[in-house]
Write a protein that binds this ligand. Sequence first.
Ligand code: B12
Ligand code: SF4
Ligand code: SF4
Length: 296
Amino acid sequence: MKKALIEFCKSINIEHIGIAPSGPYEDLKEIWEKKIEMGFAHIFDKGSLDKMIYPDLTLEDAKSVIVCLFPYYCGDFEDANLSKYAYSVDYHITVINMLEKIGEFLKKNIEGFNYKAFADAGPLNDRYLAYKAGLGFYGINSHIITDEYGSYVFIGYIINNYPFEHDNPQDRTCLKCFECVKRCPGQCILGDFTINPLKCRSYISQKKGELSGEDVEILKKNPLIWGCDVCQDVCPHNQGIKKTELEDFKSNIKYRIDYEELKDVSNKEFLRRHKDRAFSWRGKGVLQRNFEIINE
Ligand code: B12
Ligand code: SF4
Ligand code: SF4
C-alpha cells in the first residue's frame, strides 16, 4: 500500500512523501517544555501540549502520519516587498486540497480508512513530523531543509488509521555556517536549531497594534512589509535550488503591494481583492503600518 501511496503522490506532483510514527512524541515534549520555560510558547496558540504529543487525541485510531512537502520557490524579484511564502495563492488552501486528494485515493483503496488532513493550523508540530518522516534535516535557522528545494517547502500531513511503515529521520543537520545567525534582523536565532519567536521579524510584521521601539528597529532592517526571508535567503542550502513544479505556487504571483493601494483602498475592498492570500489575514492596516515604518 505504501508503494501505491507514493505512486499516487507522484501522479499529482508530490515528490516528497514520508511516514512518521503516530506518537507519542516524548522527545518533542521535552523541547516544548523548554520553550514554555523560556516564555516563548504563548504566541503559538496551539491548544494543548498533549494534543501535540498524542495524535490519537485528534484521531482516535491513529496508526501513522503521512507527511508531504510542497516546494514553493519560484524565483527572486528585486522589488519584492512581500515574503516568498506569500507570493502565490494562500498555501493552506493548496496544501489541504492536495492532501484531500490523497485521503480520497486511500479511502477508495483501503477498507475503513479514516483520516484528518492539516497544514500549519493543525494540532501537531509540522517540522517535527517532516523530520521524523525523513523528508529533510534541521537548519540552525530552525527550518526543515531539503537537497532539491532547500528550505522553501511547506509541510502538510494526514493523521490516519492505516499502519504504514515508518520512515527514519536523516542523520544530518545543515552546514552550520552560522550566516543566518549573523544576518538575522531580530538577532533571534539561538544557535541550537531554535529561535526566539518574539523577536522574529516575521512575527513582528504580523503583529497588530502599535509596535515597541525595539520592534520598529527590527522591522526597519529589511524592506519586506510582510514576513521575513533573511535566514533562508542567506543559507547555502538555498543556493542553486530547483523552482517549484506546483502550478499553484508558480502562477498568479504577487510579490509586491504598492503604497497607493494600501493608502487609498478600504480594508473591505483590500480583503475582497486579496482574501485568498496569506499576507491578507491581518487586514491591510498592519501592512500599511509596516510600509510607513520601513519607508519613513
Ligand atoms: C508559530 C509559527 C511561526 C512563528 C514562530 C516560529 C518558530 N520558529 O517558532 C512565526 C510567526 C515567527 C513564524 C515565522 C515563520 N514561519 Co512559521 N510556523 C509556525 C507554526 C504554526 C508553529 C511553529 C511552532 O510550533 N514553533 C515552536 C518551535 C519550538 O517549533 P518548530 O520551530 O516548528 O520546530 C522545532 C521542533 O521541531 C524541534 N525539534 C524537534 N525534533 C527535533 C530534532 C532535532 C534533531 C532538532 C535539532 C530539533 C528538533 O526543533 C524545531 C526548531 O525549533 C508552524 C506550523 C506548525 N503547526 O507546526 C509554521 C511553520 C514552522 N512556519 C513556516 C514558515 C514558512 C515560516 C516563515 C519562513 C514565514 C516567513 N517567510 O516569514 C517564518 C520563519 C521563521 C523561522 N526562522 O522559523 C513553515 C516552515 C517550513 C519549513 N521548511 O521549515 C511551517 C512549518 C508552516 C508549514 N506548514 O509549512 N512561524
Ligand atoms: S525569519 Fe527573519 S527575523 Fe525570523 S529568524 Fe529568520 S532572519 Fe531572523
Ligand atoms: S545559513 Fe548556515 S547555519 Fe544557517 S541554516 Fe543555513 S547552513 Fe545552517
